[in-house]
Design a protein around this ligand. Sequence first.
Ligand code: MTE
Ligand code: HPA
Ligand code: MOS
Length: 776
Amino acid sequence: MNVMQPIHRIRGAVHDKERHESGHKHVTGTAEYIDDMPEPAGTLHAYLGLSQRAHAEIVSIDFDAVTASAGVVGILTASDIPGENDVSPAHKHDDPVFATKLVEFHGQPIFGVIAESREEARRAAAKVKIEYRDLPHVTDVLEATAANYPLVIDPLKLERGDIADGFAKAKHVVEGEMRIGGQDHFYLEGHISLAIPGEDEEVTLYASTQHPSETQHMVGQVLGVPSHAITVNVRRMGGAFGGKETQANLFAAVAAVAAKKYGRAIKIRPDRDDDMVATGKRHDFHVDYKLGFDDEGRIDAVDAVFAARCGFSADLSGPVTDRALFHADNCYFYPNVRLRSRPVKTNTVSNTAFRGFGGPQGMVGGERFIEDIAYKLGKDPLDIRKLNFYGGEGRNLTPYHQTVEDNIIGRIIEELEQSADYAARRKEVIAFNEKSSVIRRGIALTPVKFGISFTKTEYNQAGALVHVYADGSIQLNHGGTEMGQGLYTKVAQVVADEFQVDLERIRVTATSTGKVPNTSATAASSGSDLNGMAAANAAQQIKARLVAFAAEKFGVSESDIAFEPNTVRAGHERIAFNDLIKAAYGARIQLSAAGFYKTPKIHWNRAEGRGRPFFYYAYGASCSEVSVDTLTGEYQIDRTDILHDVGRSLNPALDIGQVEGAFVQGMGWLTMEELWWDAKGRLRTHAPSTYKIPLASDRPRIFNVRLAEWSVNREDTIRRSKAVGEPPFMLGISVLEALSMAAASVASYRVPPRIDAPATPERVLMAIERLRAAKG
Ligand code: MTE
Ligand code: HPA
Ligand code: MOS
């Protein structure tokens, strides 16, 4: 028995600023992505053949030139699928792997080519001759509505109070509409799957998926085999942002079907253009609204319809459009409200999850309401915001009847207003604009409140598997996937903290359906909330066994056992963690455990539009200042200040990174990223040459980002932290609103500028021209 002094604390504890577990490998090119893995001998490559029509019947397909092409081994069509030709995550049977008689968007997969090399497969796929019989198509939400296109899934309605009464009482009523554009995920690593056939029905897959369990299930369904035959592994993705929540399933299914057909390993990876054309994006929205308010700007009634371009199938459009409605109130109490969704079918790729999951679109709508009221009344939009914040007697009920119990937006706004010096700078901006003819400036301070939990209640569960080996090293596995956000690091910190051992002792292994079953998508920002708790639970089970063992070994009571940094204390004695583990192994103590967690308190009744869909809310605010050239519409962001709430941060270094990255991605969505389909329904913005994402040079010239260090989650989350992945995306809204103010200056801030998103220089210029004309 050693008597040793405990070192002060472990390295890499919870709440420490710890670097990303793979950071050094990301920057030195040694992090292994699926395309870097050594290929099994005899690996073949698949490439997809895509529809060249937006809506058509397939009359005939001539594969002669394809099969004659160099290196081609074979063709894969729907008739090769042994099970169901469907990967619909909504279980609507509307997502064929391969189209058969009908194509419903330009870029829809019709067949696969299998060849010796990827390049040969790609070249061969282009040689197909397909005869189509064209059908009328629509790509736009309003056109689809006019053409009586169906909805892809039942719409949602949220209602509270009495809107007729609210509008009747309101001093002012305004109506308006807004278009909010979509967004391509632009992950650095595109979709990829490697399928290795095994014995009997078995297939092992390496897939870029945020939802290995669903990929496993879908591949099983397509192959017509039970889930137990399919193993899906993911070590990391090179970014996902929601784009790999469901859309990875098709690639995995194609690779698996081909692997079984040819008895060889199959890899599939579309090039960037095809990835952009053939996989879904953020939904663009059209918002139609009516607002009632008083002379002060206090809202009496809101009636709004949020219509979304869903594409040809349901995918996640139901929950995405639901989440848009859940966030159309942002931080504001609407006394009388009716919000309706319209998930509209269109002849475009099926849109999907993207950071915020419809929430950003809803929130941009809600902030547009505030802006309209402010410019109508000639007031500072921030004053209108404060007037309408949740809080006070009878003013805490959301349109979905959840009570806001953890409201900290008042303090967040107050602190940011001070640190960003908002009031003085706004005065200065207005004074500057009075004297400046060409360059106009704008400043805006906008809040965020984002609901945390999957609205599909059953998704709010997680599992983990922790092994302590006889040498005292620890292996951790959980159902969450790593896409750059730092989940593996955070969950390892939790386990290190539980055992009180240095972080280096813990190895996180690739996510695998064979280790932890029935997991949820790593999505809804809940990765660390769910998997952190499940891993803590597993560690606690092992600790309980160690405590009982140590108490007996040292003849003390269990309450006298404590885990101290890299040691365990038993009464007055101390034993190194490693030595205790060695002894426990010798005594045949089980040193492995499966942990589990399910989020408490949440429930949701969609039919009634009532419940508590969210366990808690994450808050934040940002203040942005911009300069606009009113002759060209070009602009730059001069400064952004952010104060964001992550509760008690699990890892402030990673959280700051998430806040900065999310803000820039949100700002890109609202300013420069524009998707454009032509009259034939072809996506013409399918490469970085035509689709502009933010560059380092587009970031705010001054960028001050802080976490609200005083915030503690009032709910019992993992170490009182809050989710961080998505909420700060919506901090980008301050840039859109600052651009609005700069434009509004040409009409004395009295005409609502109503710039649609993205506020590209063209749109900003057109708004300025329109406002000048309105002023006369
Ligand atoms: N950060 C990086 N670097 N890459 C990503 O793909 N995805 C975002 C966010 N942050 C993403 C990211 C999205 S859409 C979500 S839902 C969360 O991370 C998922 O991870 P978490 O739940 O572990 O935060
Ligand atoms: N967010 C992200 N992904 C999801 C959700 C959600 O709320 N629901 C189902 N998938
Ligand atoms: Mo994130 S859109 O929930 O994957």
